[in-house]
Design a protein around this ligand. Structure first.
Ligand SMILES: O=P(O)(O)OC[C@H]1O[C@H](O)[C@H](O)[C@@H](O)[C@@H]1O
Length: 661
C-alpha cells in the first residue's frame, strides 16, 4: 500500500464574511438566463399584481430580448394577475360556503357523487370525497377558462415554446405518439425522429437479450446498471418497480437484472455493483446534459471498475449512453453508435418515455412490453387533449389540486397507492410535481401573490397506515390520492381466510378514504360507551378530502396511463397558477456553491495546506468544514488514484477505504 496522504488543511480561522450569493449565480452552460433576469433587469421589486403599469407581457413585446409569437403573448398575458380576476375572487368567496358543509353530509347526496364519478378506458376516478359541490367544479372550470387552459394545452401539444425561460417546446407527449401522428416544432415533425430512436432501442435490446450482442469475453450481458439521477433515474425506477411482479413482464425478465445507481455516495456504488461481474454487465449512462456531476463521477467510477478487469477496449461492448449531448458522450469514450438520443424539448423529469426509460426497461422486459407502456401514456394524453374539462380526469385532478392548495390552504398531497408495485410512484411524482410547480414567480417573472406548488409525499398502503396516517386523520389536513387495483399482480387466497390477501389490502383502500371523509363524532363515541375522558382523543373530525382512482390491473399499459395522469395533472396546475412548470432554476445555486467547496477541498489536498479556506465562506461553513477536514485528516487513505470504493464488491480489486490513525 502506498503511503497515506494526510488531508489536514484547515486551521482555526476567524469567521469570514457572508457568502457572496449574487456573484455566485452563474448560469449553466448553454442555458439562457431567466427572462426576469435578462429582459427586465430592474424589475426585481415590481409586484406581479400591481394594478398600475403596463402588463409585463406587453412590455416584453415592446422591445425585450426576443420576440414571442402572438399566441405566446396571449398565453403569457392570461397568466398574469390570475389572482386578480373575478373567477379567482368567486372561488375565494365560495370557500365560505364550502366551509359550512361537511363531507359527511355531502356524501349523502347520491346525485352529487354520480356527478363527481368519472371513467375513461377502465380508469375510474371518484372525486366525491373532495370538499366540492357542482358549483365548485363550475367555478374551477371558469377559472381554467380564464387562465386559457385549453389554449395552453393545445400550445403544449402543438410544439409551441411554452418553456419561455429556456425557449423550448414541451413535447414529452410526442415520445408516446403513434408512428402515424404528426407533431411539429420549429417547423419539423418530431415523430419520425422519436421512432427512429425507438427502433434503434428495439434492435439493440433484442440483440442483448437474445445473446447476439455479447460482452468482451464472449459472455451474454445479463446485468444492467443504469447510472443517472433525478429525471434520469426516478421515472425508470418507478416503472421498473411497478413491473417487477407483473406476470408477463416477469416472464420476460427471467435471468436478467436491472439496477440503478443514482447517488454520488460511494455507498450507492458499492450497493449497485455488489455481486456483479464486469464481464456480464452492461452499463447505461443516462444524462440529458451529460454534465451532471454525480452521474459523471459515477460513470467514471464504474468505467474504472469495468476496465480494471476487462481492459479499455471493453467499453465499446459494455457501456452505452442516453443523452441529448452526443458530443460529450463521444468525449467520454462511448461510441456514438452506442448512444441513444433525445431532445431538448423533453424535460428531464418528463423523460421516462424517451430512451431514458425505454432503453434500460426494454433491456429488462423487452421492447414489446415497453411499447405497451407508451400506448397507455398516449391513451391518457389523448383523453387529456380532447375531453371536456368536467369529464377530463387529469384536468379534474389538477383543478381539485389547485382548489385544495390555493383556496382551502392545504399545501400537501399524499399519494397512497394500495399496491406495493407502485412504491416508487410518490418519489417520482415528488420530482415531477415539486420541480415543476415549486415556483415563486409567474411566467413573466413577477412575484406570485399566492403560493404555488404542492408538497408531495407518499407510501403504499397499508405501510403508510402504520406510519404517518395518525397525522392525516387527527392532525393536519392532508388531501390524499388513493390508487387501487382490481386484479392484483399476484394472487394469494389462503384456505380458511375470509378474504384473499389482495381483498384484505383493498378493504383498507375503501375504509381509509371514508374514515378521512366522515370521521367519528363524540355522539357516536358516547353511544359506544367510550369514557368521557377519552372522547376528545378518540374523536375524528373528518371532512378531510381525498380522491380515489381505481384501475383494472397494473400492467405496462396502465402504468403508462398513471404516468400520463400525473404528468398532465401537474401541467394543469402550473397552467392555472400561471407559472413556468418546465424550467428548474431553483436547483442551480446549490450546485454552484458545491463547486466552490469542491475547489477548496481539491486545493487542500493538492497543496497539503495547513490554513483555512481563502475566501468566500461564512463563519458557520468554515467551522463545519474545518471539523470535516479535521476528521478526515485522521483517516488513512491509499493514494487517491488507488481509492476505489468497491471493497464490498470484489475483494481482489479493493483495499479497506479508511482506517483511523
Ligand atoms: O439528466 P441530467 O442532465 O443528468 O440531469 C439530472 C437532473 O439534474 C438536475 O437535478 C435537474 O434539476 C433535474 O431535472 C435533472 O433530471
Amino acid at each position: 500500500m502506498k503511503p497515506a496522504v494526510a488531508e489536514r488543511c484547515l486551521g482555526n480561522r476567524p469567521g469570514l464574511g457572508p457568502l457572496p450569493v449574487e456573484r455566485s449565480r452563474a448560469l449553466p452552460r448553454g442555458r439562457r438566463a431567466p427572462v426576469s433576469a435578462v429582459a427586465r433587469p430592474g424589475k426585481a421589486g415590481l409586484k406581479g399584481n400591481s394594478k398600475g403599469g403596463v402588463p409585463a407581457a406587453s412590455k416584453r413585446s415592446q422591445g425585450a430580448t426576443r420576440a414571442l409569437s402572438p399566441a405566446m403573448v396571449e398565453l403569457e398575458t392570461a397568466s398574469l394577475q390570475i389572482s386578480q380576476t373575478p373567477e379567482w375572487k368567486a372561488l375565494e368567496d365560495h370557500v365560505t360556503e364550502i366551509e359550512q358543509t361537511h363531507l359527511r353530509v355531502l356524501l349523502r347526496d347520491a346525485k352529487r357523487s354520480e356527478f363527481l364519478f368519472h371513467e375513461h378506458n377502465k380508469i375510474i376516478s371518484d372525486f366525491s370525497r373532495q370538499r366540492v359541490t357542482e358549483k365548485t367544479i363550475e367555478l374551477l372550470i371558469n377559472l381554467a377558462d380564464r387562465a386559457k387552459l385549453r389554449k395552453k394545452i393545445d400550445a403544449m401539444f402543438n410544439g409551441e415554446k411554452i418553456n419561455l425561460t429556456e425557449d423550448r417546446a414541451v413535447l414529452h407527449v410526442a415520445l408516446r405518439a403513434p408512428r402515424n401522428q404528426q407533431i411539429f416544432t420549429d417547423g419539423a415533425d418530431v415523430v419520425p425522429e422519436v421512432w427512429q430512436v425507438l427502433d434503434k432501442i428495439k434492435s439493440f435490446t433484442d440483440k442483448v437479450r437474445d445473446g447476439t450482442w455479447l460482452g468482451a469475453t464472449g459472455k451474454p450481458l445479463t446485468d444492467v446498471v443504469a447510472i443517472g439521477i433525478g429525471g434520469s433515474f426516478l421515472g425508470p425506477l418507478f416503472v421498473h418497480t411497478a413491473l417487477r411482479t407483473e406476470q408477463t413482464a416477469g416472464e420476460e425478465a427471467k435471468g436478467r437484472n436491472l439496477r440503478f445507481l443514482a447517488n454520488v455516495d460511494p455507498v450507492d456504488v458499492a450497493r449497485a455493483l455488489n455481486g456483479l461481474r464486469p464481464e456480464t454487465t452492461l452499463i447505461v449512462v443516462v444524462s440529458k446534459t451529460f454534465t451532471t456531476a454525480e452521474t459523471m463521477l459515477n460513470a467514471r467510477t464504474v468505467r474504472t471498475w469495468l476496465t480494471a478487469e476487462l481492459g479499455k477496449e471493453a467499453v465499446s461492448k459494455h457501456m452505452v449512453a442516453v443523452s441529448t449531448n452526443l458530443k460529450l458522450v463521444k468525449e467520454f469514450g462511448i461510441d456514438p453508435e452506442n448512444a441513444f438520443a433525445f431532445w431538448d424539448w423533453v424535460g428531464g423529469r418528463y423523460s421516462v418515455c424517451s430512451a431514458v426509460g425505454m432503453l434500460p426497461l426494454s433491456l429488462q422486459y423487452g421492447f414489446d412490453i415497453m411499447e405497451q407502456f407508451l400506448k397507455g401514456a398516449h391513451d391518457v394524453d389523448d383523453h387529456f387533449r380532447t375531453s371536456p374539462f368536467g369529464e377530463n380526469i387529469p384536468v379534474m385532478l389538477g383543478l381539485t389540486g389547485v382548489w385544495n392548495t390555493t383556496f382551502l390552504g392545504y399545501p400537501s398531497l399524499a399519494i397512497l397507492p394500495y399496491t406495493q408495485a407502485l412504491s416508487k410512484l410518490a418519489p417520482h411524482i415528488q420530482q415531477v410535481s415539486m420541480e415543476s410547480n415549486g415556483k415563486g414567480v409567474s411566467l413573466d417573472g413577477s412575484k406570485l401573490s399566492f403560493e404555488a406548488g404542492e408538497i408531495d409525499f407518499g407510501e403504499p398502503g397499508t405501510n403508510g397506515q402504520h406510519s404517518f396516517y395518525q397525522l392525516i386523520h387527527q392532525g393536519r389536513v392532508v388531501p390524499c390520492e388513493f390508487i387501487g387495483i382490481v386484479k392484483s399482480q399476484q394472487s394469494v387466497y389462503l384456505k380458511g381466510e375470509v378474504v384473499s390477501n389482495h381483498d384484505e389490502l383493498m378493504c383498507n383502500f375503501f375504509a381509509q378514504a371514508d374514515a378521512l371523509a366522515t370521521g367519528k363524532t363524540p355522539v357516536e363515541l358516547r353511544a359506544e360507551n367510550v369514557p368521557d375522558s377519552l372522547i376528545p382523543h378518540k374523536t375524528f373530525t373528518g371532512n378531510r378530502p381525498s380522491t380515489s382512482v381505481l384501475l383494472p390491473e397494473l400492467t405496462a399499459y396502465t402504468v403508462g396511463q398513471i404516468l400520463s395522469l400525473y404528468e398532465n395533472r401537474i401541467a394543469v396546475q402550473g397552467f392555472i397558477w400561471g407559472i413556468n412548470s418546465f424550467d428548474q432554476w431553483g436547483v442551480e445555486l446549490g450546485k454552484v456553491l458545491a463547486s466552490k467547496v469542491r475547489a477548496e477541498m481539491n486545493m487542500c489536498r493538492t497543496q497539503d495546506r495547513k490554513v483555512g479556506p481563502s475566501d468566500g465562506f461564512n463563519h458557520s461553513t468554515t467551522k463545519l468544514l474545518n471539523r470535516y477536514l479535521d476528521g478526515k485528516a485522521r483517516l488513512l487513505y491509499p493514494e487517491p488514484e488507488d481509492v476505489f470504493p468497491c471493497d464490498l464488491i470484489d475483494a481482489d480489486h479493493c483495499r479497506p477505504p479508511t482506517s483511523y490513525q
